[in-house]
Ligand binder design. Structure first.
Ligand code: G
Ligand code: G
Ligand code: MN
Length: 749
């Protein structure tokens, strides 16, 4: 257009009024610049010449007029104009000389070819479509580098959604397009033309399609191998591990099950093998530990734990069925001696053999166990106090034959203590405790068997509380002496009394002395009883002296007293305190008390003797004292036990024993007393046998002090005023004294 407007020849041609010249200049120039259409307007908007490419002249006069006006203002103007179906880009410039003398319009046809050329200047894949918006709003694609149908489809979609200057997405003929529509400058009154740039996404993606397929294939292959892999892992690793984990859990709860389902030979298979071996190992060890926990390793017998369990079963069973049973504790006497003399190995062999003999003796109701070093036990199902005692005797018999151990002949003595359930205890602990107490007592028993009894149990809570009461009773005067007369058989009347303690408990009433004295000995309370007894008895002697009653007082000492070295001193002090001569007191000591610790007892007894005190052996004949001890004892009197005396009149053997004991006593220079005289005949026999003193129910029971005074006064054996004086006279043995006594009687009469 610039060329048109400034070309001198063209300008001069235009300024001529010759249409042919103008036409020729226009044709000339148009072919030079390759324009499709060209028009020359006069300043009055008249078309001076027109070149067309299709022979059809442009009809839009008004539009060109406006364009010329704009070019007049701005120096040039542009517009896309549609002429007979084709779109042209028109440029209008003045022909200056130097003022505009004409207007030239050059139209460049945007045909298919032009669009293709334009497309080639753009990046690959971008297509161009020209769209016309008709007056009624319809959009039509005029020209396109796309397939016609596609262009039409996209254009249709633009008709629905009005959008300009933004990238939109469209679908056409199974393809996807990105598109950008832009309205081209056009003249008012003309249908607006838009240019649409579209880009096929499918085409854009197409280079990546093979890649996508490869990726997809890889993904599928990966997935497949993953599935196959997981299945393999599951079969060869997870499943076996799960089996092993389950087996491990079973071990935890104490079930040992081998894993047999794993057959593979790999690491997992090896693990399973080791696992199975481990199970065997654990099982073995557990069995060993359990065995050791419940068995004694020396003898192989069940141990204390095991018996406890067994007893627990019996006790539970007892709740339902009431089934009785007993525990026999078998204690080997002086086992320490055996062990220290013959050595530990020999001692262990001995234990083993003892265990074997006990097992041989046992039947299906007997459970044999070892409790501790020197203690075995037999639990006797169905055992009561009677049949348990028989069983104990049978067990005793097992130990009669000596044991042969490593060329040693070992004599073994045992003591057996028995406790029964439910009679003595209803728990395992208490049963053992009580069987143990019975065993201790069995050691002092002739048969060496002892059935538990509350009386022997110093540890019984009930009895312990009783001992508390005992001290209180001593202080408060509930403990008293009763006095039992001893009659001088030659004189025919009472010369001695034995003080025997009586306890009337404020709540429980009379308590047998055998009960509480044993208990007092076991708990140490005997000391208080002895002190109280000595004080009370000696104080009574003082009274009698004051009342001119000539009675000797016998008081009992216990085994415990014989181990008290201070005893002589205590007695002497009391005698001095009350002003009582030593010869008034007789101290009775049982054989058994002496024999508990003969050396110590002899020491104290000798001491007492040295102090001029009189001693008497009580219950003679029931203990184990030998002649050699009897010879050594510094005693003045021997009391034949009542068991030989009570039936004297009817029992020849008793008579022989009593007779020889009296002779023995006399030959050793002792006075002999018989206790337990219950009838006149016995009393007569004793007199004939030369017995010195008699004591027993026939003469009198032990009497409270008031009754004793009554006895002294009224009994044929009593010591009334008359006898007292005769006695005194005799005793004085002097004519003066005799005369005095006769005088007294005479004066009375
Ligand atoms: O009374 P009789 O049941 O009392 O006596 C039973 C036993 O108690 C007898 O063997 C007797 O020696 C003993 N005994 C009685 N009184 C005493 C006492 O005061 N002290 C001691 N140590 N024993 C006594
Ligand atoms: O200390 P000693 O054990 O000796 O005590 C005498 C015991 O003998 C006391 O328990 C007393 O009660 C008891 N006793 C005394 N005389 C007789 C008797 O004639 N017959 C019986 N059975 N017991 C007696
Ligand atoms: Mn006595």
């Amino acid at each position: 257009a610039d060329i048109y407007s400034t070309d001198y020849g063209f300008r001069s041609a235009v300024t001529t009024d010759d249409p042919a010249t103008i036409m020729s200049a226009l044709e000339n120039l148009s072919s030079r610049v390759g324009a499709s259409r060209a028009m020359i307007f006069s300043t009055d908007y008249d078309v001076l010449a027109e070149i067309t490419d299709d022979g059809k002249k442009a009809a839009q006069k008004a539009i060109f007029q406006k364009l010329i006006d704009t070019a007049d203002d701005e120096g040039e103007s542009y517009s896309f104009i549609k002429i007979s179906g084709n779109v042209y880009q028109f440029t209008i410039v003045p022909v200056l000389a130097p003022i505009p003398v004409a207007w030239v319009a050059i139209g460049d046809k945007l045909d298919q070819q032009a669009l293709i050329e334009l497309k080639e200047t753009l990046p690959d894949g971008i297509d161009i479509t020209l769209i016309e918006k008709e007056k009624d709003g319809n959009l039509t694609s005029l020209q396109t580098t796309l397939e016609k149908q596609i262009a039409a489809d996209i254009t249709d979609q633009y008709a629905l959604v009005e959008s300009r200057g933004e990238i939109d997405l469209h679908e056409a003929l199974d393809d996807h397009y990105m598109a950008l529509r832009s309205e081209l400058p056009s003249s008012i009154g003309e249908n607006p033309i838009s240019i649409l740039l579209s880009y096929s996404l499918d085409a854009a993606y197409s280079p990546y399609k093979p890649l996508a397929y490869i990726l997809l294939t890889l993904a599928v292959l990966g997935l497949v191998s993953l599935i196959i892999g997981s299945m393999t892992v599951a079969k060869t690793v997870s499943k076996p591990l799960e089996l092993l984990a389950r087996a491990a859990h079973l071990i935890q709860i104490g079930r040992y099950e081998k894993v047999t389902a794993i057959k593979q030979k790999d690491e997992i298979g090896q693990l399973a093998d080791h696992f199975n071996q481990m199970i065997i190992g654990i099982q073995d060890r557990e069995e060993k530990i359990l065995y050791q926990a419940e068995h004694d390793l020396d003898t192989g017998l069940p141990n204390r734990n095991n018996v406890d369990k067994y007893l627990q079963i019996l006790l539970n069973n007892q709740v339902d069925t009431g089934q009785m049973f007993s525990v026999l504790q078998i204690s080997i006497d002086s086992f320490d001696e055996v062990r220290n003399t013959l050595g530990y190995d020999t001692a262990r062999e001995l234990l083993k053999k003892i265990g074997i003999r006990l097992l041989q003796k046992a039947n299906s109701n007997n459970f044999v166990a070892r409790l501790s070093t020197a203690n075995f036990c037999v639990v006797f199902e169905g055992g009561n106090s009677i049949n348990s005692f028989s069983l104990a005797r049978e067990i005793m018999a097992v130990f009669v034959d000596p044991f042969m151990v490593r060329n040693f002949t070992i004599d073994t003595n045992v003591s057996i203590g028995i406790a029964c359930s439910p009679e003595h205890a209803q728990t395992a602990d208490l049963l053992f405790q009580r069987a143990g107490i019975a065993t201790l007592h069995a050691k002092d028993d002739i048969n060496r068997i002892c059935l538990y009894d509350k009386k022997i149990d110093a540890y019984d809570a009930d009895r312990l509380s009783l001992m508390g009461d005992f001290r209180k009773s001593l202080e408060e005067g509930d403990v008293k002496f009763y006095y039992q007369p001893k009659v001088n058989l030659k004189l025919g009347y009472i010369t001695h009394v034995e003080a025997l303690v009586r306890w009337i408990h404020p709540e429980r009433g009379f308590i047998p002395p055998d009960d509480f004295i044993t208990m007092a000995e076991q708990t140490g309370h005997i000391h208080h009883l002895t002190l109280w007894g000595l004080d009370t008895a000696i104080a009574q002697c003082r009274d009698w002296i004051a009342e001119n009653i000539d009675l000797k007082m016998a008081i009992n000492l216990s085994a415990r007293d014989l181990s008290n070295r201070k005893l002589p001193e205590i007695i002497i002090k009391l005698l001095e305190k009350y002003g009582v001569p030593r010869t008034r007191l007789v101290l009775e000591v049982t054989e058994n008390a002496i024999m508990q610790d003969p050396e110590l007892a002899l020491g104290v007894l000798n001491d007492l003797y040295q102090h001029g005190l009189l001693l008497s052996i009580d219950d003679y004949g029931t203990g184990y004292s030998s002649m050699s001890y009897l010879k050594k004892l510094p005693v003045k009197e021997l009391k034949i036990d009542k068991s030989f005396v009570m039936d004297l009149a009817n029992n020849k053997e008793d008579e022989i024993i009593v007779r020889s004991t009296i002779d023995l006593g006399h030959n050793l220079g002792l006075k002999v007393t018989a206790e337990g005289v219950e009838d006149e005949e016995s009393m007569e026999i004793l007199r004939q046998l030369g017995c010195d003193l008699a004591q027993g129910f026939f003469i009198s029971k032990p009497l409270p002090i008031a009754d004793l005074y009554e006895f002294l006064e009224n009994s044929p054996y009593g010591l009334n005023e008359e006898k007292r004086s005769i006695h005194k006279a005799k005793k004085a043995d002097s004519p003066g004294a005799m005369i005095k006594s006769i005088e007294r009687r005479l004066s009375k009469n």
